[in-house]
Design a protein around this ligand. Structure first.
Ligand code: AVI
Length: 329
């Protein structure tokens, strides 16, 4: 359970977490092209900005997924045996898992929900959302997906089905080999007959994709640039926010939208706690995120190679987004 009197937005991150951040920043800014892992976009402010992105008219994933869940939740939970455990990887606001928990209410059995997120803000928000459902018990794990999966798998009851929710097209933020490894890891934590509900965004016209990742209100730009704010605060860096610009590009060969922070001038940035000095050419960028887009059959192919069989697929034709239910073999 995440239980703290200090709101996570003002609590200092644990020393170990800052050390890990510093190590990875030093390593990844030395790569060509320079990179920062997208998980670092999600501090308290980053998580709030992401929540705002989900409300933007140009970012349609969240609403498309909510539409599918609202209409089809009972079909999605149908294959699971009682007592049901739901486990959400990257819980956001808890509203999606709440829709599935609602669909299980008629079974008159308690539903256990495990929430796994590295963001305390997301866990707090989700626990609040789910607090009103009296037939559920909630356990929050502030952990990486891998650690959280292991903990939750140990804590589940010996009987009943477990449904892993990996929603919101989070799978799109993994490159294909990492997706395969991660899906295999999920399968490893499950028993035959357990489920995986996977949300994945589909390929669509480039204009729509770019509007979703470079919105006219610049909320996505703020979300991206916030990683510089975070490095200034946590690592003592001196990034000048006005000399970096958010850029979203569609990479057609890799079929992914990439987010970059482009240096508008030649400059040198010091990051004392990572013990590095980084030189930027004018126009050089830091690559901060990839969002892969799929065709429906590619999602089935991707997951089928990791010990699951596909059970059903639902597609929102309007926003081109799909949810696929897999069952562990
Ligand atoms: C969390 N993830 C699925 C989002 C995406 O669409 O790749 C993160 C995001 N980045 C920019 N906008 C939203």
């Amino acid at each position: 359970m995440v239980n703290s009197l200090i709101p996570s937005s003002v609590a200092a991150p644990p020393v170990e977490a800052v050390r890990g951040f510093a190590r990875e920043v030093a390593r990844d800014l030395a790569l060509t092209p320079k990179q920062i892992q997208s998980k670092y976009l999600y501090d308290a402010l980053g998580s709030s900005l992401f929540e705002s992105i989900c409300r933007l008219p140009w970012y349609r994933i969240t609403r498309a997924e909510a539409r599918l869940l609202t209409r089809r939740a009972s079909e999605m939970v149908a294959p699971l045996e009682d007592p049901v455990t739901l486990l959400e990887l990257g819980c956001g606001s808890g509203e999606k898992v709440a829709l599935l928990a609602e669909a299980l209410r008629s079974r008159r059995r308690r539903v256990a929900i495990h929430l796994i997120d590295i963001s305390p803000t997301a866990l707090e928000l989700s626990e609040r959302t789910l607090g009103s459902l009296e037939h559920v018990s909630v356990v929050g794990h502030r952990a990486t997906y891998e650690e959280g999966l292991r903990h939750a798998a140990r804590e589940r009851p010996p009987q009943g089905g477990l449904l892993v929710l990996f929603l919101g097209s989070n799978i799109g933020n993994f490159d294909p080999p990492a997706s395969h490894d991660f899906l295999s890891e999920i399968r490893h934590a499950l028993r035959p007959g357990d489920g995986l509900l996977l949300g994945a965004d589909l390929v669509k016209p480039v204009k729509e994709l770019l509007l979703a990742y470079d919105d006219p209100l610049s909320v996505t730009a703020a979300f991206n640039k916030n990683v510089l704010v975070r490095m200034n605060r946590e690592l003592g860096a001196n990034f000048d926010l006005t000399s970096f610009e958010h850029r979203a590009i569609w990479n057609p060969g890799e079929r992914r939208v990439e987010m970059h922070l482009v240096s508008l001038v030649e400059q040198i940035v010091r990051i004392p706690r990572a013990d590095v000095t980084v030189a930027f050419e004018k126009g050089e960028s830091i690559w901060t995120e990839s969002s892969y887009k799929y065709e429906p059959h590619e999602i089935v192919e991707l997951v089928s190679g990791t010990g699951f069989r596909s059970h059903a697929q639902w597609t929102d034709a309007e926003a081109r987004f799909s949810l696929t239910l897999f069952v562990a073999k």
